[in-house]
Design a protein around this ligand. Structure first.
Ligand code: ZN
Length: 565
């Protein structure tokens, strides 16, 4: 289906009645629809786009740069009613969901502040539920007209700097590319397509990821004949910023025939983590390079492929296979690149033997398949990968390096579901254990909290690799370093909170034994009581108690007298 037709069908189906589609649409997508205004009144520059790789998922919206500052008015893109206000320390931080008349929803995240009406409802709600985190809809409907200020831009949640994360979702809450609307975002730069990655596949169907060959644009490489998986480096940048963004569409021709194609018009939160199986995972994991597989792995459930090859590509001996890659961004800019592979007669098949970094003993391996539960036990330790954990055929492994040290592999394969590892409690001790995952350099890459039941310890993780068990015996640290009392700033009361290992799970505070709201920001490691809440006595000295708990349940508490200005 041609791009324009495809878009027209999508837009007509999902947003019929919401916007009008111009019959004279140009080749650019952004000029093809009207009906939404921009959510910011400043020039629109993107630091992130729809469909780029992020963490373990595709990014589901647009990230608008806000000139390094917070506090720009965020505008309702169309008339709508507030259906959800979600406040949490991480993730989207302060987010607002606005539902429009056709059932579509716009989402605004990382806000510093909501509109006055929402703020006063939110504060009442937080005090009533004695909780900073809120995920609710105002009982009295709050309506916004297109262009109204719904709140102010910020840097709340897991945001890495001030910006506005903006999403459009269809009536099924599936995110759609907001660039389908006529927003004044300019992009004259074509996608950047780099090297072709050739991953040999052995006769058992296993990838030999240690034998990847990278081919420059226009080059011909001589490669052993046999089955291969192909991938390509592809990313995009837009006008006005150097931020690396994602591509919109990729089409691959092999020897003149279309082999595979995909485009990211809509995403689906329920399978969005399968980005790990769309990407060449080892490249994304180790260097955050966006390397796209031509053929999705068997367990990949993403509905973004127009042409999904049925089988692996065969490189024939004595023949040249030519590969043409065509890559689009959402504004219609195109880049085409070609590569060739000459098949060399194979004297001996290179069978995948690598189990990677940890070739320790004792170790066990087993063939793993996506549709089967996989289990391994070594020296009283056992790992279970539930059915549909693996995206493709792999050699699963468990190496025991010590009573508190193990490697679960292969570390360069993505998982759709977490594995669970069970072992005897080290030294018979049950409490405060965490499993620390370490990268190749031995640095901490993640922490999983362990559960303990009748002398058995378990933890789960979606990332394979080397794990060390450590006991977290240090409670969170409360107060600024080297200080005996919290900070008072413009009447606001601020505690610094941090936990070195398992992380802070919750904070709470009380004035004269009454619960008060502390805004908890893990990124800045601060918990703040706002004087504007008026739950204190101005000019009075009151008892303040502040409690912080870490993920293993250790508690720190500060209490003392505080004089409020
Ligand atoms: Zn974002």
């Amino acid at each position: 289906m041609p791009l324009k037709t495809c878009l027209f069908v999508l837009i007509s189906l999902v947003f019929a009645g919401f916007s009008s589609f111009s019959q004279n649409a140009s080749d650019t997508l952004h000029s093809s629809m009207t009906g939404l205004i921009a959510p910011l009144g400043i020039p629109l520059v993107l630091s992130g786009n729809f469909g780029e790789f992020r963490g373990n998922h595709f990014h589901t919206g647009l990230d608008f740069k806000t000139q390094g500052r917070e506090g720009f008015p965020v505008l309702a893109v169309a008339n709508g009613v507030v259906t959800r206000v979600k406040v949490r320390p991480g993730g989207y931080g302060n987010a607002l969901y606005l539902k429009h008349q056709d059932g579509a929803t716009s989402v605004y995240a990382h806000l510093s502040l909501y509109s006055r009406e929402i703020e006063s409802w939110l504060l009442r709600r937080q005090y009533a539920s004695r909780s900073f985190g809120v995920d609710a809809c105002p009982v009295t409907p709050v309506y916004f007209t297109q262009g109204d200020t719904i709140g102010w831009s910020g840097n709340s949640g897991s945001s890495g700097g001030p910006h506005l994360h903006f999403e459009m979702r269809d009536k099924h809450q599936k995110p759609v590319n907001p660039l389908q609307w006529d927003l004044a975002i300019f992009d004259s730069r074509a996608p950047e397509v780099g090297r072709l990655w050739v991953v040999p596949v052995d006769s058992r169907g296993l990838e030999n990821r240690d034998a990847v060959v990278k081919v420059n644009k226009g080059d011909t490489v001589t490669h052993s004949a046999g089955f291969v998986h192909l991938c390509v480096e592809a990313k995009d940048r837009l006008d006005g910023a150097s931020n690396v963004c994602g591509i919109y569409k990729l089409e691959v021709e092999i020897d003149g025939a279309v082999f595979s194609s995909y485009s990211i018009d809509t995403l689906d939160f329920s399978v969005n983590k399968d980005m790990n199986a769309h990407a060449y995972y080892p490249a994304w994991k180790s260097s955050k390079s966006q390397v796209h597989r031509f053929a999705p792995l068997p367990g990949n459930r993403l509905d973004i492929y127009q042409k999904r090859p049925a089988e692996n590509l065969m490189i024939s001996a004595g023949e040249t296979t030519s590969i043409q890659v065509k890559c689009w961004d959402a504004h219609g800019n195109v880049t085409s690149c070609s590569y060739s592979i000459y098949g060399q007669i194979n004297s001996k098949e290179s069978v995948t033997t690598a189990i990677h970094s940890a070739d320790h003993n004792p170790k066990k391996t087993v063939a793993a398949l996506p549709n089967r539960l996989t289990e391994l036990s070594v020296d009283g330790m056992s790992v279970v990968w539930p059915k549909y954990s693996f995206y493709s055929k792999e050699t699963a492994s468990l190496s025991v390096m010590g009573v508190k040290e193990m490697a679960v592999g292969p570390a360069d394969a993505p998982l759709a579901k977490p594995f669970t590892l069970t072992l005897d409690c080290p030294a018979g001790e049950c409490d405060y254990w965490v499993a620390e995952r370490r990268n190749e350099k031995g640095k901490r890459a993640g922490v999983e909290v362990c559960e303990c039941e009748s002398t058995k310890l378990t933890f789960s993780s979606s990332k394979m690799g080397i794990y060390h068990l450590i006991q977290d015996t240090v409670p969170p640290r409360v107060l600024p370093k080297h200080s005996a009392s919290p900070i008072m700033e413009n009447g606001d009361l601020i505690f610094h909170v941090e936990d070195a290992l398992s992380g802070v799970s919750q904070v709470s505070g009380f004035i004269d034994d009454q619960w008060v709201l502390f805004h908890w920001d893990p990124k800045r490691k601060t918990a703040m009581y706002h004087a504007s809440d008026l739950h204190h006595i101005s000019g009075g000295t009151q008892t303040v108690r502040f409690v912080a708990q870490d993920e293993v349940g250790l508690i720190s508490e500060w209490s003392g007298n505080v004089t409020f200005p």
